[in-house]
Design a protein around this ligand. Structure first.
Ligand SMILES: NC(=O)c1ccc[n+]([C@@H]2O[C@H](COP(=O)([O-])OP(=O)(O)OC[C@H]3O[C@@H](n4cnc5c(N)ncnc54)[C@H](OP(=O)(O)O)[C@@H]3O)[C@@H](O)[C@H]2O)c1
Length: 241
């Protein structure tokens, strides 16, 4: 039986992935802080094992992931958060909160698991298409996802010698509690079911980058090719709207 470890499995994209993989017969280690939610999910799926820890706490993460008896075939590091800044005002505690989980949470998990990496390991890291270009109010979130995107792509090169496959997952807007609180238009927002299907399909093909919905992500990728002054002008326009 194949084994997947999924962080951020108590909500949104991670929960859907955990339930989908469990339904398909995978052994799933579902991670998050919300123990009640994890227990409820374990009641729903016999092959799902809950693992509660705060990924921003390196000691807790090390202890929790170190308890895994088998080396997972697939590791999906998905736990994350999003906070926006207001009118370009830098708020350092906000930046620290966002980087703590989006960047250091991911690194804590990798550090805890890397001793068990083999040529059968597939590591998937969830970034965001928000990192492709400057977007209004996304200084902290976009920068954290740009950092994670760089780390994933570089690890992809560095771990290739060990035979480890690394995939960067870059979603557009997905309907989850994270985006439900947004007060702006979210073009081409997809359901968690669609997101989970796109991620599973991309990972099954061993893709280096899994991005979706493709119409949206290709538009962003194209805009990211424009001169930076044009990209900034676009972001200013979005801010006014
Ligand atoms: N939704 C979108 O449109 C979208 C777009 C691009 C990228 N993404 C990325 O996709 C990932 C999942 O997002 P989502 O929309 O599904 O968000 P979500 O519904 O808010 O779920 C976030 C998950 O992260 C976990 N988490 C947060 N802080 C944690 C911590 N300190 N330790 C352990 N787990 C923690 C939460 O679990 P607990 O509260 O139980 O700890 C929860 O399961 C994130 O990395 C996000 O940046 C989302």
């Amino acid at each position: 039986m194949k084994h997947v470890v999924i962080t951020g499995a108590t909500s949104g994209i991670g929960e859907q992935l955990a339930r989908d993989y469990a339904r398909q017969g995978w052994q799933v280690t579902a991670c998050g802080r919300n123990q009640d939610k994890l227990s409820a999910m374990a009641n729903d799926h016999a092959s799902l094992t809950p693992l509660a820890f705060d990924a921003t706490d390196s000691e807790q993460t090390y202890q929790a992931l170190g308890r895994l008896s088998v080396v997972p075939d697939l590791i999906i590091l998905n736990a994350g958060t999003c906070e926006y800044i207001d009118q370009g005002r830098i708020d350092v505690p906000l930046f620290k909160r966002v980087f703590d989980i989006n960047v250091f949470g991911v690194l804590n998990c990798i550090e805890a698991l890397q001793a068990g990496f083999s040529d059968a390991t597939h590591l998937a890291i969830v970034g965001s298409s928000a990192s492709y270009m400057p977007l209004p109010r996304a200084e902290a979130y976009g920068a954290s996802k740009a950092a994670i995107s760089y780390i994933a792509n570089t690890l992809s090169a560095d771990l290739a010698q060990q035979g480890v496959t690394v995939s960067l997952v870059s979603p557009g807007f997905v309907e989850t509690p994270l985006t439900d609180k947004n007060d702006f238009a979210m073009p081409m927002r997809v359901s968690v079911k669609q997101a989970s299907a796109a991620i599973q399909s991309g990972l099954a093909k061993g893709k280096t980058e899994v991005h979706f919905p493709r119409k949206f992500t290709f538009i962003l990728k194209f805009l990211a090719l424009l001169p930076m002054s044009w990209q900034i002008a676009l972001a200013r326009r979005m801010t006014r709207n």
